[in-house]
Ligand binder design. Structure first.
Ligand SMILES: [Zn+2]
Length: 250
């Protein structure tokens, strides 16, 4: 009696429990999902010569179990195939992934292992939007501390710089007409060579998104194009972004 696993090519494996089926001649049909159905409910009743009894075990395709991406709780195999190795657990005869990761198989132990995916590392690149706080402001440039890169919070932060010529399309006599230390800006990375992280505030979507009063530290409010401190009434100038006061800091 041959024992055959359902290793049918081009068939999507079904992850049902293995089951057996008595095949009588050609009285079965293979469905597209890799399951078998009997055409006739009864076998040919034991007539000599024309009954081939075969046990067919439907198993998940002997697939590329290696290097599959997984999510927590995902059913990967049945315990008859592989035992639950590190990064997996067993539940009602199924081997499931306990983490986001990638599968490997220990062939000697017949063990399924899921290696946890390491989080993606964000590297600042030219053209990416950043959100940064303004550090020290010199005559020709401002140092910045970038804490959001391409919409993702980064920790530790990246240091960067904004030159006075990249603050605004208009000529600035003094850098503090555009930014002040402690402000939060949204900018675009224009040069990441030598980890300079040179950033530009040119364009209406870039500039200060949160500015603070240089007298009392209050959060400046934008009213009719002017920045006013609600606490002390001081009016200040900045190169603001059109999302001033509204930008989410993720
Ligand atoms: Zn103030």
């Amino acid at each position: 009696m041959g024992c055959e696993t359902g290793r049918t090519s081009g068939v999507t494996p079904t992850w049902s429990q293995p089951f057996s089926l008595i095949q009588t001649g050609s009285d079965y049909t293979q469905t597209q999902k890799g399951q078998f159905t009997l055409n006739k409910k009864e076998s040919s009743g034991g007539k000599t010569g024309d009954v081939i009894i075969k046990e067919i075990k439907i198993m998940p395709k002997a697939k590329k179990m290696e290097k599959q991406e997984t999510f927590p709780g995902e059913k990967l195999a049945v315990i008859e195939e592989y035992s639950d190795g590190p990064g997996t657990y067993q539940e009602d005869g199924d081997v499931r992934s306990s983490t986001m990761g990638t599968t490997t198989i220990d062939k000697v132990r017949r063990e399924l292992i899921v290696k946890k995916t390491t989080p993606m590392i964000i590297v600042p690149d030219e053209g990416m939007d950043v959100i940064a706080s303004i550090g020290s402001v010199a005559r020709r440039d401002a140092r910045i501390d970038i804490f959001v890169v391409d919409g993702t919070h980064v920790h530790p932060t990246f240091s960067g710089v904004i030159h006075i010529s990249d603050m605004s399309k208009d000529y600035l006599k003094n850098i503090d007409m555009a930014v002040r230390s402690g402000d939060i800006v949204k900018g675009k990375l224009i040069n990441t060579k030598n980890r300079l992280n040179q950033t530009s505030l040119k364009g209406s979507e870039y500039g200060v998104i949160y500015g603070f009063c240089s007298r009392c530290g209050g959060l400046l409010e934008k009213k009719e194009g002017k920045l006013i401190c609600p606490d002390c009434g001081r009016m200040e100038r900045r190169k603001t972004a059109n999302t001033y006061g509204k930008e989410k800091l993720v």
